[in-house]
Design a protein around this ligand. Structure first.
Ligand code: SF4
Length: 381
């Protein structure tokens, strides 16, 4: 695949394990169209279809890229523009009342992945994504944005990180007595051109770019998977069961058919809120979000009129834009894990948004019961 070759040659960050990407590229090169055609016959990508219950099923198989040629698709690429078009077709179809993705993908290029993630997050119908084997890197980036995300116990899930591989021949050139002369205006222009190597400034620039992408990746996952922890987003790969226990996915299913049956057995809104259990019985997803309507009347009665308005507004903001993060940034909640106002009872565990054992309905990530953030709404004692 051209898209993979570009990334493997350097300078294009990837949301995919480079070894898997290199293997795929070598395989495609070796067998080319013959392998692709055989795969098409024996293991075809299912065309989108609509079930009797009105679920549009979209299959996603292979390395994700954008603007792929027919040849690239034949050799195992999945074009994110095709997936977007299939989503739009499904939304426009009056017979469709929900969308399910059947995913088997190691991820792919950065290009196009955030856009696909946003597209999935904005689908105005209940959504579900399932993998029986692989939902990693760019694939978890995009499909973590479904309302329900399920996997088989043994599937590989995770690899939340960004990687860029580039080769420098500087030492080799020196060894053979070859000196590169490069004329450059703009200190970051064409870093490592002709394998010259990176200056310290270029290296720092590339690393900062990768880190910014990683941070964006984590924030996108956290806006939907609010029980997940940043510590589990450092490139680790988990089994489906581990991923469910860590809140990266919402549950487990032995097959796409059983995941689909479970998805179709819930109505749209419940599908978004339904808690699920991993095989080991650990809670895999936040229970219902404490949207304003879900705060018990007896608790509401204890709030001041201003606090009631705050509950309404924060809930609306969370529904519109996803959870606040824990940072001091513009979308941050200024969360701290140990409240400096503990003696006054200002603790997460007393806040109407708190969802134990370690969660919050409007702030993403791990929440300590003894923490606090600037969004607290705590009834007067
Ligand atoms: S104080 Fe309330 S809103 Fe803030 S993190 Fe704790 S539980 Fe969530």
């Amino acid at each position: 695949m051209k898209a993979l070759h570009n990334a493997l040659c350097g300078r294009e960050p990837m949301l995919c394990d480079p070894i898997k990407a290199a293997n795929h590229a070598k395989y495609a090169e070796k067998y080319g169209v013959v392998d692709g055609v055989l795969d098409m016959f024996f293991n075809p990508v299912e065309k989108p279809y609509v079930t009797q219950a009105g679920t549009a099923v979209i299959s996603v198989k292979g390395v994700l890229g954008v603007g792929l040629t027919k040849f690239e698709k034949l050799t195992g690429g999945a074009d994110m523009e095709d997936i977007t078009a299939q989503i739009e077709d499904a939304i426009a179809n009056p017979a469709v009342n929900r969308i399910a993705f059947n995913v088997s993908s190691p991820g792919g290029t950065v290009l196009g992945t955030p856009e696909l993630a946003d597209k999935i997050a904005s689908i105005p119908l209940p959504t579900m994504a399932y993998t029986k084997d692989l939902m990693a890197s760019g694939a978890i980036y995009a499909f973590s944005q479904a309302d329900q995300v399920t996997a088989s116990n043994s599937a590989y899930v995770g690899s939340i990180g960004v990687i860029m591989v580039d080769e420098s021949y500087a030492a080799y050139y020196e060894q053979i007595g070859l000196k590169m002369e490069i004329f450059r205006a703009g200190k970051y222009k064409a870093a490592n051109v002709a394998g010259e190597g990176y200056s310290d400034a270029m290296r720092a620039e590339e690393q900062a770019r990768i880190e910014a992408m990683h941070e964006q990746f984590k924030q996108v996952v956290l806006r939907k998977r609010t029980m997940a922890n940043r510590a589990d987003m450092e490139g680790q790969v988990f089994t489906g069961e581990e991923a469910a226990a860590k809140g990266l996915i919402t549950g487990l299913a032995t097959s796409f058919a059983s995941a689909l049956a479970s998805f179709e057995s819930t109505d749209g809104k419940d599908a978004k809120k339904m808690p699920t259990m991993s095989k080991s019985g650990k809670k895999a997803q936040a229970i219902a979000k404490p949207l304003a309507a879900e705060v018990e009347d007896s608790v509401l009665e204890l709030l001041t009129p201003r606090q009631k308005e705050m509950v309404e507004s924060y809930s609306d903001v969370e529904e519109l834009f996803g959870p606040f993060d824990q940072s001091t940034g513009p979308d941050g909640s200024h969360y701290v894990a140990a409240s400096p106002f503990a003696s006054e009872g200002l603790l997460c565990q007393n806040c109407v948004f708190y969802r134990g054992p370690r969660g919050c309905g409007i702030v993403s990530g791990d929440i300590d019961p003894n923490g606090i953030c600037k969004l607290w709404v705590i009834p007067q004692a």
